[in-house]
Design a protein around this ligand. Structure first.
Ligand code: UDP
Ligand code: MG
Length: 320
């Protein structure tokens, strides 16, 4: 039965031993209530605590529990991508391991799926128990992203969602090295609908998304869905040239029509710093894109699996 589960739940985890047993309990409760066959795919993203052991033990007792154990930490988005590769369900659900996303919402997602929607994403109307900085920076990021791209990526929406098998198959064809899953799902199109929810606090443990990983995620989102940052150089250059030209006319006029010659070295230094600063920033922006092109060209595998448990299915990527 579990070999061909109708619903797959993907749970990426990174050092989540404090919550994972409870997550399993809440999720299996909800999944049993659906009356459908299901599999719980736990992806251990190189965590070094007991969470893979806990899942391994559970997988001996409950054959719906499956484990994909990465050889090291590859990142949340790649763990989710691996989950989509291995998932066999007609509907695939992505959920965080820390119970910030309430599993009970899955029932509403399934209702929408039965109505014919192919993507049901969960939009956060409120975030509890997170720092002001996190809420503020996340909100700003989603709005910048929204303004930078034509792809209708919904604001205030994480990866907690249900996708239909059709969408999952399309996602598995992409193979991007720095995937921004929530954006890519929107990019595939299909019939999408939102359901709103209040994001709970993390049940236990600390966030596994420090500032560095948040910045990486934002840059992945921006660079893979917009070329606007590259065009900034053109705009900045145009504005600065015009300003420089106007200032030059002013300096010439002062020299010709008044007795004062402008003393320039302080302003020269300021302009040099500004211009060189802008040039270096733009080189950095170009560097971001080139680094990503290089990642794609190298063609390394997206992740490496140490072992799996209860998993009969070969991931679609390997059968390509
Ligand atoms: N996670 C992961 N790999 C990482 C970082 C996080 O698989 O490198 C998982 C983590 O275990 C959790 C989910 O991604 O299930 C979201 O992380 P977290 O809850 O720490 O992020 P936050 O909710 O604080 O943004
Ligand atoms: Mg969390």
């Amino acid at each position: 039965m579990n070999n061909q589960a109708r619903i797959s739940v993907i749970i990426p985890m990174y050092n989540e031993e404090a919550v994972i047993a409870e997550t399993y309990r809440r999720l299996s409760d909800v999944m049993r209530r659906t009356g459908e066959s299901y599999e719980l795919l736990f992806i251990n993203d190189g965590g070094v605590d007991r969470s893979p052991d806990i899942i391994r033990e559970l997988s001996h007792r409950d054959e719906s529990v499956k484990l994909i154990d990465f050889s090291r930490n590859f990142g949340h988005q790649i763990a989710v991508t691996a989950g989509m590769d291995y998932a066999s369900g007609d509907a695939v659900i992505i959920i965080d391991a820390d119970l910030q996303d309430p599993p009970e919402l899955i029932l509403d997602m399934l209702d929408k799926w039965h109505e014919g929607y192919e993507v049901v994403y969960a939009k956060r109307s409120k975030r509890k128990g997170e720092s002001l900085f996190k809420k503020w920076s996340a909100s700003l990021f989603y709005r910048i992203l929204h303004a930078s791209t034509e792809v209708p990526i919904p604001v205030d929406t994480g990866d907690f969602r249900l996708i239909d098998r059709k969408v999952c198959d399309e996602m598995n064809r992409l193979g991007e090295r720095n995937p921004f899953v929530r954006g890519l799902v929107s990019w595939t199109g299909f019939r999408q609908v939102a359901i709103e929810y209040e994001r709970d606090e993390r049940l236990a443990g600390e966030t596994k998304y420090p500032l560095k990983k948040m910045i990486k995620l934002s840059l992945d989102g921006l660079t893979s869905f917009s070329h606007k940052p590259l065009k900034l150089a053109g705009y900045a250059g145009a504005i600065m040239s015009v300003a420089g030209f106007v200032y030059m006319l002013y300096a010439v006029a002062m020299a010709l029509f008044t007795d004062t010659t402008m003393r320039g070295w302080a302003s020269t230094i300021c302009l040099m710093l500004i211009f060189n600063g802008v040039t270096l920033i733009m080189l950095g922006v170009i560097g971001e894109y080139i680094g990503r092109i290089y990642d794609e060209v190298k063609g390394r595998p997206l992740y490496i699996v140490r072992e799996t448990h209860n998993m009969q299915r070969v991931p679609s990527r390997e059968t390509d």
